[in-house]
Design a protein around this ligand. Sequence first.
Ligand SMILES: [Zn+2]
Length: 283
Amino acid sequence: MEQIILLCLVSTILSAVHAQKFFFSPNWGPIGYKEREEHDKTAMDEIIKTNEFQASQIIDGTTTLREGDIAVSSGRRSKVCFARSCLWSKSVDGHVYVAYRLSSEYSEMETKLIKKGMENVEKGTCVRFVPWTHQRDYVDIQPKSGCWSFLGARGGRQTVSLQSPGCLRVGVISHEFMHALGFVHEQSRFDRDNYVTIKWPNIWRDRLRNFEKFKTDSLDLPYDYSSIMHFGMYAYSQDGEPTIIPKNSQNSNNIRLGQATALSHLDTMKINKLYKCDTMDDN
Ligand SMILES: [Zn+2]
């Protein structure tokens, strides 16, 4: 009898906790959501945390987020973007200048971080971020709700949202600029099933679509487990179990997915290949 009472008590408490989460938090997540250890967090883990728990999922009536942080406006076929149709134009001097406007709402410290995120992308590539003066195409960096970017150059002004403080981490900033340059997430490559196993039952139900594949151009570069564009091993986990695991290569236990702060070597190569940069020195 006592056991039954105890059981009832426990289940009442549990459902109360559950209900409270559901009713009082506008961004309720799965019960099993676990904060990753700081040392194995990826840029995408930070983005998921901010976008799912601190931001609104709705950007506006016509724009939604795909794969967690890629803004898509209805009617636009962003999937074809990667295949050279949405590149930023290249200057005669061999550089790809991406003009940016930075919201005045960012503090000096935040501005420094955003510039550091840009430097990550510039390092070893021909991409250069330049303050907007008169250019037709430019990124408008704003502390809107969440961390997100459109895919590739859309023509004209395009927003990159870097909410403060959730998105103001160097890796997150570089990740969003990579989207703006035209790159999707590494594990959405069409050939990804040769390299990783998606653990569908472990994925948070509402977010299954974030694991779709894109028909992309992989630029003849190898699959990049450590890309800053790769989801972490526990991305959108509903029960704390892994959602993506490296395929059974000999050293799959040592493979780490994703990247926290810097671009991988292959990320840099991807930029150089997509934009046909002359080989740049690692300056
Ligand atoms: Zn992303």
